[in-house]
Design a protein around this ligand. Structure first.
Ligand SMILES: [Zn+2]
Ligand SMILES: [Zn+2]
Length: 353
């Protein structure tokens, strides 16, 4: 049996297509990928002019018995609005340098005090690394901030009392001897202490017996990179599909405090979030802004007194309809049938066991 609607002639729409521009398009005008911008606008208008949009929706309406075909076949949309949906990514590389802390090491053999001035933590030069490459916490020495101090373990003596003999140089060892009647006696005898070789003192390991330590000032240096992401229009349908069909229209190194970003609320919020996360205890080294765009056409119908939107996403023309474009009665019957069939199968299995 053929569907009578197949033969219904489709009247061309009279609704005029609209192009809705986005603030970023005038803000970055020449800096955005001009080919993409021209192509997306042309698509928005062409898709309507050539009635390809109408054919696309009719095809969608007829493609499944669960689609509410009447909604599309028997009505004309009230609005056809094309625009770009933007997604912003801000990649930020931050450097953190901790407060300096003292580290004491044995005084090197050939140590000469330097007459350098102690540098500020942020003046110290650090190894060069590629942009956005992360650096794990690495201790860095502050030049000119060293001093010689007395070893606290040996009090500057370079040696410590031997712990085994408590400085006596000898230790008592039990020695067994046989008595005349064949029995055994045990007597303690003094023996030279092995660890200190009888001297009663051992070299201080902390300072390598030098009695002095070199105190250096160190700080911990690290770099991290994080990417923050936002979709400009959270009301746009299906964020996953929008991402899949997005194209890069801008990528550049930027200043986070550039006042231009404040004109785009979603971008302003993203950047303030990124700035707060990164300047807490470090500095921003580099920031890169990537803007992706996805062309989108919203076709708005009035169904049952409510505005319902069926959208066409990207150059691949993926149709995403809101719930008003589904035949819920048929979906309900379909589910019920599926349930009955499943219950039947379960019963058959149950009785065959
Ligand atoms: Zn010592
Ligand atoms: Zn000893």
């Amino acid at each position: 049996m053929s569907d009578p609607r197949e033969h219904t002639p489709i009247q061309p729409w009279t609704t005029q297509p609209e192009w809705q521009s986005h603030a970023i398009e005038s803000l970055l005008a020449a800096e955005l990928d001009s080919k993409y911008m021209a192509r997306s606008q042309a698509r928005g208008l062409a898709v309507h002019r050539t009635d390809s949009l109408q054919r696309m929706l009719v095809r969608w309406a007829k493609s499944s018995t669960f689609h509410n075909g009447q909604a599309i076949l028997q009505r004309e949309p009230v609005h056809v609005i094309s625009r770009n949906v933007y997604q912003f990514d801000v990649r930020v590389s931050t450097e953190v340098r901790s407060e300096p802390h003292a580290k004491r090491i044995p005084l090197p053999q050939r140590y000469r005090p330097s007459d350098e001035e102690a540098q500020d933590v942020w003046e110290v030069s650090v190894p060069e690394t590629p942009r956005y490459a992360p650096v794990k916490q690495t201790p860095i020495r502050i030049p000119g901030a060293t001093q010689v101090v007395v070893c606290e373990d040996c009090d500057g003596q370079g040696e410590l009392l031997c712990a085994d003999c408590t400085g006596r140089g000898v230790v008592e060892r039990p020695v067994k001897t046989r008595t005349a009647d064949g029995g055994m006696t045990v007597q303690n005898q003094d023996r030279a202490c092995a660890p200190c070789q009888g001297s009663g003192m051992i070299a201080c390991r902390r300072c390598n017996a030098r009695g002095e330590l070199l105190e250096e000032q160190m700080f911990l240096w690290s770099r991290t990179t994080q990417t923050h992401h936002t979709v400009d229009d959270p009301t746009a349908p299906n964020p996953r599909l929008l991402s899949q069909h997005a194209q890069v229209v801008y990528r550049d190194t930027v200043h986070l405090d550039d006042p231009r970003w404040q004109q785009i609320p979603a971008l302003a919020e993203l950047i303030s979030h990124a700035t707060a996360a990164h300047t807490h205890n470090g500095i921003v080294l580099d920031a890169e802004l990537t803007i992706r765009a996805t062309p989108l056409t919203d076709v708005v119908y009035t169904i049952g007194g409510r505005n319902r939107t069926i959208a066409v996403i990207g150059y691949g023309n993926v149709v995403v309809a809101d719930r008003g474009f589904y035949n819920w009665q048929r979906i309900g019957i379909g589910l019920l049938c599926a349930l009955i069939v499943t219950a039947g199968i379960v019963l058959v299995f149950f009785f065959l066991r």
